[in-house]
Design a protein around this ligand. Structure first.
Ligand code: ADE
Length: 256
């Protein structure tokens, strides 16, 4: 997968993206990240990328010209000779603006984005971007939560991270992402590792029993319990079996 990121602050990215799993994914050729400095696409002696808003009010707004030029240049350059030409608006190249006004980012959205060969992420800054960028350039707008960051850079890194680990081969075990919290529609239950007893707190007996079916059932019940306690809203959309519903009924009745 190839992800291009357009930002005024490309230096914010290498520290995070060049460590651990994302570093390995890039070394293995599974993930390519192109960092593009918006300032390089601004014209004039001062390469101005932002101006005060029309109509007054505080803050600065990112100008449309450098953003359009940057995206058009990136798209023109990403064609290899045998590749079909991609145009702005082509569904195969989502152009995503990171903004608190975007649709909420969830595991489901990460899965959707992971199906694409390419993504282009635009990091907003200051008061926002000129509305014409929204109307005529971007194909999607995403928010990573109901809070306001100083810019879209952290949000872009969050998206790269969540999407990259869904690319086949990026995580060690092929199915490691499938049991994640949220991937199943439920929160994950507890995990334990050695030692068996730490400061008198022991690992639950069932996990040491070696009884595979009991362990699977116990884990499922723990996931249901944790979701019920912390995020009951998720139970409305999770896929639940008869047995799950029975267990939740017991939980609600205070019997478990
Ligand atoms: N830029 C500023 N705040 C943001 C948020 N919550 N999500 C995405 N981009 C942002």
């Amino acid at each position: 997968m190839h992800i291009d990121i357009l930002t005024l602050f490309p230096e914010m990215f290498p520290g995070y993206l060049n460590e651990s799993i994302l570093k390995r994914a890039q070394a293995a050729g599974l993930l390519h990240i192109g960092l593009h400095n918006l300032r390089n696409y601004a014209t004039g002696k001062h390469r101005i990328t932002d101006e005060p808003p029309y109509g007054g009010g505080g803050g600065m707004v990112l100008k449309p010209e450098p953003i359009f030029t940057a995206v058009e240049t990136i798209i023109a350059n990403l064609q290899s000779p045998k590749e079909e030409r991609l145009e702005i608006g082509d569904w195969r190249l989502p152009i995503i603006l990171l903004t608190p006004q975007g649709r909420p980012f969830t595991q489901k959205v990460a899965q959707e984005l992971a199906q694409h060969e390419r993504l282009l992420l635009l990091c907003g800054r200051y008061e926002g971007v000129d509305e014409r960028v929204r109307q005529h350039l971007v194909t999607d707008e995403i928010s990573i939560g109901d809070f306001v960051l100083t810019g879209g850079e952290l949000a872009a890194m969050v998206i790269v991270d969540a999407v990259a680990r869904l690319i086949p081969g990026v995580l060690g075990a092929e199915d490691a992402a499938e049991e994640d919290s949220h991937a199943t529609g439920l929160l994950e239950g507890p995990h334990y590792t050695r030692p068996e007893t730490f400061r008198s707190w022991s690992v639950p007996e069932v996990l040491r029993s070696g009884h595979a079916a009991n362990i699977i059932r116990w884990r499922r019940e723990q996931a249901l319990r944790r979701t019920w306690q912390r995020r009951p809203d998720l139970l409305l959309t999770a896929e639940l079996s008869e047995e799950d519903r029975w267990f939740l009924g017991k939980l609600a009745a205070g019997e478990r």
